[in-house]
Design a protein around this ligand. Structure first.
Ligand SMILES: [Zn+2]
Length: 310
């Protein structure tokens, strides 16, 4: 089994996007299921020097550009994680400054969608991937509207989102929708074997999402951190608070909440529900610039209570 453009499984999705003739596509599905690799494959296909019928070959200059993240006709935008002041922005947002230079007062973005689309493609067709389309606010979506409806030079927009309902109708109503769902455990197990590995726990955690296999080092780290925290919770208040401090330093909102839920999956329903609420509160607190150390201490205390260790 091969993983061209980082894609594992999803043959049906690939066949569908291959036949796609429109100019705006909304790929939706769980995080790490393979939406971004699918979008990149589509960009490679549109521009492959061997042609759309046989591409993407993975070998021509255009395909190599996509594979190395440096293609003149591919622009990828995603929610920003830092603000102009260098502070960590905890609220994820694709601001209007990313859409047009005219609104980028702070000169935060090197490239802007509208201006980038003004020039003709180098190869065949410009592709804009908007990863995290649910993080476009009304201002950004409105700024995009005209180029999505009438894309200059036949440009193609590929919006990626976890849920269609979370995407503003301005965008969602103008794009063809295609769900990208989990692949079978068997496909993922084979991908792991190809890498010379075997890991039933990782496969269970992946639940059909190839991105977990691709980023397995991060997944394993988060699972390890989650286990360390849960073990410490039963060791007494001091140990729990220390473990919370350790987690705060390593915390990645993309991995740790899910890893904690996974480690607690064997607990009773009410324990898991209480743990979920504690996690949601922590994430909300972090978005609101509440002191992170306080938020994590609170998380440890609430998890202890949920587990009946308090
Ligand atoms: Zn090619």
């Amino acid at each position: 089994m091969s993983a061209p453009f980082g894609l594992i499984g999803h043959q049906e999705v690939v066949d569908t996007v291959r036949a796609f003739a429109g100019h705006a596509l909304l790929l939706y599905g769980p995080a790490r299921v393979g939406k971004r690799p699918t979008a990149r494959l589509l960009a490679a296909l549109m521009n492959c020097e061997r042609g759309v019928a046989v591409g993407p070959c993975g070998a021509c200059r255009s395909c190599q550009g996509v594979l190395h993240g440096a293609h003149p006709d591919l622009l990828e935008i995603e929610p920003r994680t830092t603000t102009a002041t260098g502070k960590t922005a905890r609220r994820r947002l694709i601001p209007v400054a990313a859409i047009t230079e005219k609104r980028d007062d702070g000169r935060e973005y090197e490239q802007h969608v509208i201006e980038w689309l003004e020039t003709a493609p180098t190869y065949a067709r410009k592709v804009v991937i908007v990863d995290g389309a649910e993080h476009l606010n009304e201002e950004s979506a409105n700024a995009l509207l005209k180029v999505v409806e009438e894309p200059p030079h036949r440009a193609l927009f590929v919006f990626l989102a976890e849920e269609v309902q979370a995407v503003l109708p301005t965008i969602a109503s103008r794009a063809a929708r295609l769900g990208v769902s989990a692949v079978s455990d068997e496909v993922l197990a084979r991908a792991l074997v190809t890498l010379g590995e075997e890991d039933p726990e990782l496969l269970a955690f992946a639940a059909g999402r190839p991105g977990v296999i691709v980023e397995r080092a991060k997944a394993r780290e988060a699972l390890h951190d989650a286990r360390v925290l849960v073990e410490a919770l039963s060791l007494g208040m001091l140990g729990a608070l220390e473990a919370a401090e350790g987690l705060e330093k390593r915390f990645d909102p993309r991995w740790h909440p899910e890893a904690l839920q996974f480690v607690l999956r064997g607990e009773e329903m009410h324990v898991r529900a209480a743990a979920d609420r504690a996690l949601q509160r922590t994430l909300a607190a972090l978005e609101q610039y509440v002191s992170p150390s306080l938020a994590f201490q609170l998380l440890a205390l609430e998890l202890r209570e949920a587990l009946g260790a308090a």
